[in-house]
Design a protein around this ligand. Structure first.
Ligand SMILES: O=C(CO)[C@H](O)[C@H](O)COP(=O)(O)O
Length: 207
């Protein structure tokens, strides 16, 4: 099971400080949407150069112009780019085509999806990687990752990531569901000791 550290609501300096402290304990690095909006593709390039051995996820949250945005992310050095599940099927297919050509991957963000039917459709379009996701704003209303796994339960052949306010306390319940990747943002990046937070989470997952 991978740990993906999500770099969100941080400036460039903070992103690299967090990575310096946590890199030994994380497998995948997510350059968050807000960070990309602030710095553009150049920050993905910088992370790629600094961490050539890590899997880099560009959280582009693409919902249109799929081909163009996938090329942008992959050319900057991302291994995986994210696309919203509600996008038009054409957008999904276009990004999958670019990924296939470049030997990269697309992660479909299921934020806001409540019906398994859409997950099944995505699979039929050729999607192989999805993220079960409770967004920041809905986390504030108390929504948790509890029932998210119902969306993919019984649908075979999908690699799953899960995100949304996961903490050291909620991690055991998540790990029990056996996702392939656990995405953790604030619980690492806003911790008093990010290295210790990441180390503890890696330890828990490895148990
Ligand atoms: O995609 C995201 C926000 O849209 C975040 O990467 C994801 O939610 C993880 O961060 P946190 O653990 O702080 O919720």
């Amino acid at each position: 099971m991978n740990i993906q550290v999500a770099l969100d609501r941080l400036n460039r300096e903070e992103c690299f400080q967090i990575l310096e402290k946590t890199a030994p304990y994380v497998d995948w690095i997510e350059v968050g949407t807000g960070v990309i909006k602030e710095y553009g593709m150049s920050i993905i390039r910088e992370v790629r150069e600094a961490y050539p051995e890590k899997t880099i996820v560009a959280d582009m949250k693409t919902c249109d112009a799929g081909k163009h945005e996938a090329i942008q992310a992959f050319d900057a050095g991302a291994d995986i780019t994210t696309v919203m599940a509600f996008s038009a099927d054409k957008t999904i297919i276009d990004t999958l085509d670019v990924a296939k050509l470049q030997g990269k991957k697309v992660m479909i963000d299921l934020l806001g999806v409540s019906e398994r039917k859409r997950v099944q459709e995505l699979k039929e379009l050729g999607v192989t990687l999805v993220s079960l996701h409770i967004g920041k704003d809905m986390q504030e209303t108390g929504e948790g990752t509890g029932t998210l796994f119902d969306l993919t339960h019984g649908i075979s052949g999908l690699e799953t990531a899960v995100a949304g306010g996961i903490t050291l306390e909620t991690l055991p319940g998540i790990v029990a569901k056996r996702p392939d990747t656990v995405i953790i943002g604030s619980a690492i990046t806003k911790a008093g000791d990010p290295a210790e937070a990441a180390r503890a989470m890696k330890g828990l997952i490895s148990e």
